[in-house]
Design a protein around this ligand. Structure first.
Ligand SMILES: [Zn+2]
Length: 161
């Protein structure tokens, strides 16, 4: 089975949207809708093999997000109705950009706080544990477990019977 880049390795059909940095939970073995061929999509992760992504539980990175939000919000409010040196004095520079900054800052702050609360309360861990259980259920199918193993995934012995 071949690894997909931004197109299906079987029929060469380009994916509508592909960014290798995307992270999805699910089987990395995908089926092409056009040709029905199977390929490996590295954006999909089998949690029972690879574990939970640590970044999702990193309080530091969400604190950073909140700090960034405070900075952007501050810039937005500060620039409102103000003509910054070097910028042409238009409605865009005077109002639209500052409003966009303010809203972006608020979104970052609120989003960051919600994620922190989800981590601390354990609700995030419960959500991810559900996804891990779905992954375990998939791997309990020996055909599937062997397919993944042959594709180079370090499938734990317990699934390879
Ligand atoms: Zn295809």
């Amino acid at each position: 089975m071949q690894v997909a880049t931004d197109r299906c390795p079987c029929c060469n059909k380009k994916f509508f949207y592909y960014d290798s940095r995307q992270y999805f939970c699910g089987s990395p073995i995908r089926t092409c809708r056009k040709c029905g061929g199977s390929y490996i999509d590295k954006r999909y992760h089998e949690l029972a093999i690879e574990g939970l992504p640590g970044s999702e539980f990193s309080k530091g990175s969400y604190l950073f997000l909140i700090a960034l939000g405070v900075f952007v919000l501050y810039r937005g409010i500060h620039l409102m109705g103000y003509r910054e040196l070097g910028m042409s004095d238009t409605v865009v520079s005077r109002w639209l950009l500052p409003v966009v900054f303010t809203v972006m800052g608020l979104v970052l702050i609120i989003g960051g706080i919600i994620e922190l609360i989800r981590i601390i309360s354990g609700s995030k861990a419960r959500k991810w544990e559900q996804k891990r259980q779905q992954s375990v259920a998939r791997l309990r199918n020996p055909d599937y477990a062997w397919k993944l193993k042959q594709a180079g995934y370090p499938v734990p012995e317990e699934y390879l019977r």
